[in-house]
Design a protein around this ligand. Structure first.
Ligand code: COA
Length: 157
């Protein structure tokens, strides 16, 4: 990211041509990233998938993936490019995802997060997520536990 001021971030839904740029964010953010094919399948074959992008101009700098099933929104992943972190983009992206999915009928948002992931835990707690339980050994790469978190969504959010 260039300059010292925070960029103006815009949001839009992900489409199939965005897959390589989203994969770039994914590989920057995660040690066990999803594959390009996984994102393609989400776009082409998963009718429940709802993926929101954060853009600095033309550049995709973050994304939030969700499965929207009836009144429940399950977050699959949230990531912001390393160079763009700490500027409120992750929070703004999640708030936008909460607002948009609530507008589509979601009343509860849930997610799993590694128990060691302090930045993500801080973000979700700030957004009002509560801890719902532990999934022991949920992450297959290192056997780490997942904390299940959830929050209610308001239609007028
Ligand atoms: C989690 C992540 C999306 C946060 O994105 P971000 O744009 O840097 O976050 P923001 O700047 O919007 O921060 C919002 C809040 O999150 C929390 N937070 C962000 N970074 C943090 C850190 N390093 N340590 C602790 N809390 C942190 C704070 O509560 C912060 O609010 P504050 O600025 O008022 O203190 C980003 O760190 C990321 O992409 N991480 C790698 C991928 C990942 O782990 N995703 C979550 C998978 S469950």
């Amino acid at each position: 990211m260039s300059g010292s001021t925070s960029p103006v971030i815009e949001f839009r839904q992900m489409q199939i041509p965005d897959v390589p740029a989203v994969y770039r964010v994914e590989t920057d953010a995660f040690s066990s990233p999803w594959t390009m094919e996984a994102f393609e399948q989400e776009m082409l074959q998963n009718e429940y998938a709802y993926y929101l992008l954060a853009l600095d101009g033309e550049e995709i700098v973050g994304y939030c993936g969700a499965w929207l099933i009836l009144d429940e929104c399950h977050i699959t992943n949230v990531a912001v490019l390393t160079a763009y972190r700490g500027h409120g983009i992750g929070e703004a992206l999640m708030r936008e995802a909460m607002r948009r999915t609530a507008g589509k009928g979601a009343r509860v948002m849930t997610l799993e997060v590694r128990v060691s992931n302090d930045p993500a835990l801080g973000l979700y707690r700030k957004l009002g997520f509560k801890e719902g339980g532990i999934r022991r050994g949920y992450y297959t790469d290192n056997g780490e536990d997942a904390l299940v978190m959830w929050t209610e969504l308001n239609e007028d959010e």
